[in-house]
Design a protein. Structure first.
Length: 352
């Protein structure tokens, strides 16, 4: 009986000890876990403010009608929770802290309180795409299905018209095995011309028809006139578009992705140059619309973008960067030198 009592007491003592050890371990693990979670939350909060080796990006309200000075909007490419969101900075401080909107776009442009945002919709089997028209507070007004991968977007100076180009087949302008689709929509009536290839092409003063016509890269003069690239027969042309007449009239050869200057007198564009690699064929040029004189800019690298005029004398365009693309700037008159404007950004739009 005495031995039995001793054994039972020893067993109870051992069990009690194990329970205490287990409880202490649970408390310690809980403390470590709580600390890890708080540390992660803290670091996440920091990422909301400061990207590693990149710009400061914070969530906030973004408007297409700036109330305090001129602003620059971009698709933010800095790594972190706000990557691919439309973000804004003061135009005179492009490397400063960015305010991210929460709206994600693959391509974007805005003018006069209207934005166009080209988005991917990820499906179980394949992605689809859409063009979303945004109001001044980046709220959706209307959406249109897009036939392929987004590549170009523009809004007319008044904000009434929006245009977008997508790749229907292929994913690069460098080769010949691609097809585009370009649309223009009216934000008052929501009427849409969903394929500018149906417009009458006027080439060398006569109506031109061919099965291989492609149209891309709209830039607006106003709410009835625009410019775009027309490609056919292995060549590209600058064409002037007339929405009312539904015509595209060729003006000058070897022009791609035109961009009209604010004063309406010049076109910035990418031009294929002799001797360049087939994978990197373009240089940035400016065309005087009155004289059709071409001026090469000081940017000597390959430009695969639709440049934007920051003002009547300065061009902005994208080049490959560490996180996708960086924005660069160069004078439009052929002088000066190219310089970095903004890292980890693409698809710029100036407001104000």
């Amino acid at each position: 009986m005495t031995r039995t009592t001793r054994t039972t007491g020893t067993t109870r003592t051992t069990r009690t000890t194990r329970l205490v050890v287990l409880l202490v371990a649970v408390v310690l693990l809980g403390a470590v876990g709580t600390g890890s979670v708080l540390h992660a939350v803290h670091r996440s909060g920091l990422r909301d403010e400061q990207q590693a080796d990149g710009p400061t990006v914070r969530a906030g309200a973004v408007s297409l009608r700036p109330t305090s000075g001129r602003r620059l909007l971009v698709r933010n490419l800095a790594w972190g929770p706000h990557r691919d969101e439309i973000a804004t900075v003061p135009a005179d401080d492009p490397q400063g802290p960015r305010t991210a909107s929460g709206v994600k776009c693959l391509r974007f442009h805005a003018a006069a309180g209207t934005g166009v945002c080209l988005q991917a919709v990820h499906g179980a089997l394949e992605d689809t795409y859409r063009a979303v028209v945004l109001d001044a507070h980046l709220h959706e007004l209307h959406r249109f299905p897009a036939a392929g991968i987004p590549t170009r977007a523009r809004v007319s100076p008044s904000g009434r018209l929006v245009a977008w180009t997508v790749f229907v087949s292929g994913d690069s302008y460098a080769g010949t095995a691609f097809s585009t689709r370009t649309a223009i929509a009216d934000t008052r009536t929501w009427a849409v011309d969903d394929n500018l290839e149906t417009f009458r092409i006027v080439k060398d003063g006569r109506t031109y028809r061919a099965a291989d016509v492609n149209v891309w890269g709209v830039t607006f003069a106003d709410d009835s006139r625009f410019y775009a690239t027309v490609a056919t027969g292995g060549r590209t042309y600058l064409a002037r578009g007339d929405l009312a007449a539904r015509t595209l009239t060729t003006l000058h050869g070897n022009v791609e992705c035109p961009s009209l200057s604010p004063d309406g007198t010049r076109i910035a564009y990418k031009k294929r140059v002799r001797g360049a690699s087939p994978d990197a064929p373009w240089r940035l040029y400016v065309l005087d619309l009155r004289t059709l004189k071409e001026t090469a800019t000081a940017e000597r690298r390959n430009i695969d973008d639709q440049a934007l005029w920051a003002d009547d004398s300065t061009l902005v365009y994208a080049l490959p960067g560490d996180y996708g693309s960086d924005l660069w700037t160069v004078p439009a008159d052929g002088g000066g030198a190219a310089r970095t404007l903004m890292t980890s950004a693409v698809a710029p739009a100036y407001l104000g």
